[in-house]
Design a protein around this ligand. Structure first.
Ligand SMILES: C[S@@+](CC[C@H](N)C(=O)[O-])C[C@H]1O[C@@H](n2cnc3c(N)ncnc32)[C@H](O)[C@@H]1O
Length: 268
């Protein structure tokens, strides 16, 4: 097992240890991880309805940050808006571009794809709405978030809205969450989340279910670390950065221990 795999905590760490050096561990958004992320994202409709409702209320161009392979980008384009989609990872940008080419009725032509870092960007335009969905604010540390808020303020039109989602976690029983999910390909994935009360980060590990792992050969395992940013803490942080939260929209929970919220903020 690699040193990175040995550092995976909790149940996922035990599962990976059982496969020893057969484990090939990658980041969920790198070249090996992106197709798996996309397979799962393509069937995930979480927060799309709530997000579109809030975007509809503010006419004008949309900037979507951390756009990934376009799970939210395509529905935003379907509203008839001009969308600029910013994404850090080349592998995700490539998937997004493919989807835009395949999108119906040429809606992809209204999308500008930018490879960039959401914690430091300068696009030379302003937007009616800036969207940061899928809890992706949690991928940034405090310094990264400060950069994000400053860049968002600089890109918001007067009266514009910053829409961002976050998830709070409660540790109900002290066990790791161990779920099975199905991608759009029909492939099944085991997802293990490790988090204990008070920890700043939850660690998600994705690998095939045990019964689908052959006797020999490499086993692809993917990890991602997601900070836990409760909505009240995030709203306080936004206020200090000059972004006032004007509405909170509850989101359907991913599990009994997750509480999702879509925050709507405006420049103070
Ligand atoms: C949870 S995914 C969400 C993707 C997409 N919004 C969705 O709903 O499927 C997070 C995305 O953020 C991207 N990302 C991570 N750090 C980033 C950064 N600093 N700037 C821009 N994108 C980033 C990752 O590559 C990944 O595609």
């Amino acid at each position: 097992m690699t040193t990175e795999a040995a550092a995976v905590p909790g149940l996922a760490g035990q599962v990976l240890a059982a496969y020893g050096d057969r484990i090939s561990l990658h980041d969920l958004y790198d070249e090996a991880g992106a197709p798996v992320y996309h397979d799962l994202a393509a069937v995930d409709t979480t927060e799309i309805r709530e997000l579109l409702r809030s975007v509809r209320a503010v006419p004008g161009p949309v900037l979507e940050l951390a756009a990934g392979s376009g799970r939210l980008t395509l529905p935003l384009l379907a509203l008839g808006r001009e969308v600029t989609a910013l994404e850090l990872e080349e592998s995700m940008v490539a998937l997004l571009r493919e989807r835009l080419v395949e999108a119906p009725a040429g809606i992809g032509k209204r999308c500008t794809v930018v490879r960039g870092d959401m914690s430091v960007f300068e696009l030379g335009s302003t937007y009616a709405v800036v969207v940061l969905g899928t809890t992706s604010v949690s991928l940034l540390d405090e310094r990264g978030r400060a950069g994000l808020y400053a860049a968002v303020r600089a890109h918001l039109r007067p009266g514009g809205r910053f829409l961002l989602s976050t998830v709070d976690v409660t540790d109900t029983d002290g066990d790791d969450l161990d779920l099975e999910a199905v991608g759009v390909s029909g492939r099944r994935y085991r997802m293990i989340e490790h988090w204990r009360a008070g920890q700043e980060v939850r660690k998600v590990t994705i690998l095939p279910p045990q019964r689908h792992i052959p006797e020999e050969g490499p086993v692809l395992a993917l990890t991602t670390s997601i900070r836990v940013l409760p909505p009240d803490d995030l709203a306080r942080e936004l206020a200090l950065a000059g972004l006032r939260v004007v509405a909170r929209h509850p989101l359907p929970a991913a599990s009994s221990r997750h509480t999702g919220v879509l925050l709507e903020a405006e420049a103070a």
